[in-house]
Ligand binder design. Structure first.
Ligand code: KG4
Ligand code: ZN
Length: 365
């Protein structure tokens, strides 16, 4: 078994071009991320064709910077790990071709990595190894799922979203509230000034022992609330005079389109929406942790940067007496360090791939 190795990681599954050098699956020597947020912001979401082109333009510079920052030469690299699934197919292909070229040129093994599994590995970067078994909640723009993890490499799907991903709903609700893109960070910030208990937005699939998620009803409820259609928030959660409070809200502009909402009303919707997402994610992760008698709860993916979620999960973990591992903010969003980190464990186990390794938009294994 290889105890020590330098892995070069490549990530390009969505709108971040990233390369990293990681030692022994843990020590991050470099992690360069070139974000395309400005490119996609005016469209309110990622445009796949633009994303692929931007990856092509960025990839060579990002590779060079990752090697320079790590201060290593190609002959020191032991393997190249790359995201091969899931993601936008055109974007994946750019990183995969670059990684194949590097592996062939440097004469080292190529290792394909599942992007979602890498998010579950991200809390182990620059940190102590995770104690298993662990229940991992991965919530990002494209995925929301729960896994049982018995090692960095052994993951079993326990449940996933049946419609929108959590990050996707943050982005869409931010669009409804006219807050810009990407929605997660801005809702996180704006919600800080709002009342999370004011509006009662729906929490789906909480009953029974389901570990699946559904967020599209919540998104629609926010839209209906903003437009004043029936089916929005059911009642103010704390104010006892429900109809009265709703009438008050209507008089002050709420329910007639977002342009009539005051800054405070927008903050209240953002905070109440965020609270609904956070509650669902917490309940499901706690449920999964109990079901598998987990020693650790893991959270990863872009939404794991959310401050309300991080605070709420800490409370859950303390109540359960279970460990909680959350990546630092820099490893919450897409990055190549997590790809290289997990790639090390495949390298150690001798799980390397051939040059015909395909890119897959959806997960097959
Ligand atoms: O993991 P990631 O970078 O890309 C995917 O694999 O999808 O996640 C991006 C998602 C976006 O939907 C973004 O709005 C969300 O993560 N996000 C957040 C926060 N920061 C990023 N959602 C909630 N709160 C945040 N602070
Ligand atoms: Zn991701």
């Amino acid at each position: 078994m290889t105890e020590s190795a330098l892995i070069f990681g490549v990530e390009s599954s969505c709108d971040e071009t990233s390369c990293a050098v990681v030692a022994d699956g843990r020590r991050v020597l470099s992690n360069v991320v070139s974000s395309q947020i400005d490119l996609h912001a005016r469209f309110g979401g990622v445009v796949p064709e633009l994303a692929s082109r931007a990856h092509i333009e960025a990839i060579n510079t990002v590779i060079e910077r990752a090697m320079n920052q790590a201060n290593v030469s190609p002959d020191q690299i032991d393997a190249v790990a790359v995201t091969c699934q899931p993601g936008l197919i055109g974007s994946l292909l750019v990183g995969l071709m670059a990684a194949k070229t590097l592996a062939w040129t440097w004469g080292v093994p190529l290792i394909g990595v599942n992007h979602v599994y890498a998010h579950a590995y991200s809390p182990a970067l620059d940190a102590e190894p995770v104690e298993y078994p662990a229940a991992a909640l991965i919530c990002s723009g494209g995925h929301t799922a729960l896994y049982r993890c018995d090692s960095p490499r052994d993951l079993e799907l326990l449940g996933s979203t049946i419609d929108d991903a959590a990050g996707e709903v943050f982005d869409k609700v931010a669009c409804i509230l006219n807050l810009g893109y990407p929605g997660g960070p801005v809702i996180d910030r704006v919600a800080g000034n709002g009342d999370p208990a004011l509006l009662d937005f729906p929490r789906s699939l909480l009953k029974g022992d389901s570990l699946d998620f559904s967020f599209s009803g919540l998104k629609t409820a926010v839209l209906y609330h903003v437009n004043g259609q029936p089916g929005g928030s059911r009642k103010p959660r704390r104010r006892k005079t429900g109809p009265h409070a709703l009438r008050q809200a209507a008089q002050s502009g709420a329910g007639h389109g977002i342009e009539h909402f005051t800054e405070q009303e927008i903050a209240d919707v953002a905070a109440s929406f965020q609270q609904a997402v956070v509650e669902v994610l917490c309940v499901k992760l706690r449920r999964a942790a109990k079901q598998i008698a987990a020693r650790t709860m893991i959270v990863g993916g872009g939404v794991s940067a959310n401050s309300a979620l991080r605070n709420a999960l800490q409370v859950e973990a303390d109540k359960l007496g279970c460990g909680l591992r959350m990546p630092p903010l820099s490893y919450c969003v897409d990055n190549a360090a997590m790809i290289a980190g997990l790639g090390f464990h495949y390298f150690q186990a001798g799980k390397i791939d051939a040059y015909d390794l395909p890119a897959r938009a959806t997960v097959r294994r």
